[in-house]
Design a protein around this ligand. Structure first.
Ligand code: ATP
Ligand code: MG
Length: 215
């Protein structure tokens, strides 16, 4: 397969987006040589108890984060759709856009450990490659079924992700930044400053809209 235009998708709640996300996104995009790389905020994630800030705010913060970085794009389809949205549906839509070109879904190790809790999770592998990024405090912790899927599909060279449109799994090391949105929300709720964990501009947005004051 000639090297066609692959699409990389980095999904998350981004509640709020922080330097852990942004640094990982930058490194993954560069290491995989992706021209089309999108950060995709979840609308109303069904596998979690809900988000803290509304999708419109989470989307606005992501847009602020990438405003000066045109190589990172934001895909707003899940937030626009409102209601429950499933990654499997989003990937099905993107598969149409990608044609026979590779589609790559990026997940951190903690999210990868939970992959078999996602709606129609087995279908994710037929729609996209899964790229698992290292994350502090998260080690491999798979159910036996998920472990079997990952082992079977695992490749060590990233080039192999370009040989077919979907179906492979690769691990990618990113700079370890032990930053989480949970920790940032806790700082804010406790009246402490989360500065230097996320861009100042987003901190300004959070303050202006009084987000996360209740945790
Ligand atoms: P929360 O604490 O609310 O769960 P979070 O910091 O984990 O927030 P998410 O929006 O849940 O952020 O994460 C989206 C994706 O980014 C997930 O795949 C997650 O594993 C990954 N990710 C989040 N933070 C980091 C980080 N510091 N380094 C690498 N990957 C990260
Ligand atoms: Mg998380």
């Amino acid at each position: 397969m000639s090297r066609c235009r692959a699409i990389g998708v980095f999904g998350g709640t981004f509640d709020p987006v922080h330097f852990g996300h942004l640094r990982a996104a930058t490194e993954v995009k560069e290491k995989l040589g992706l021209d089309d790389f999108r950060l995709l905020p979840a609308g109303n994630p069904p596998h979690r108890r809900g988000t803290h800030a509304d999708g419109v705010h989470r989307l606005a913060m992501l847009r602020l984060a990438v405003a000066d970085h045109p190589d990172l794009a934001v895909d707003d389809r899940e937030v626009r759709r409102r209601g429950a949205s499933y990654m499997v549906d989003t990937l099905s839509e993107m598969r149409e856009e990608a044609g026979d070109c590779p589609l790559l879904l990026m997940v951190g190790q903690d999210a990868a450990n939970q992959l078999d809790k996602w709606h129609r999770w087995q279908d994710l592998f037929t729609l996209a490659h899964i790229v698992i990024m290292t994350r502090p405090k998260a080690s491999h912790d798979y159910s036996p079924t998920l472990a079997a899927q990952i082992d079977r599909r695992r490749v060590k060279q990233f080039e192999r992700l370009y040989e077919q449109p979907a179906g492979r799994v690769a691990y990618l090391e990113v700079t370890q930044l032990a930053i989480s949105s949970t920790e940032i929300r806790r700082h804010i709720a406790a009246g402490r400053s989360p500065r230097f964990l996320l861009p100042d501009r987003i901190l300004g947005y959070i303050g202006y809209h009084r987000l996360y004051t209740g945790g």
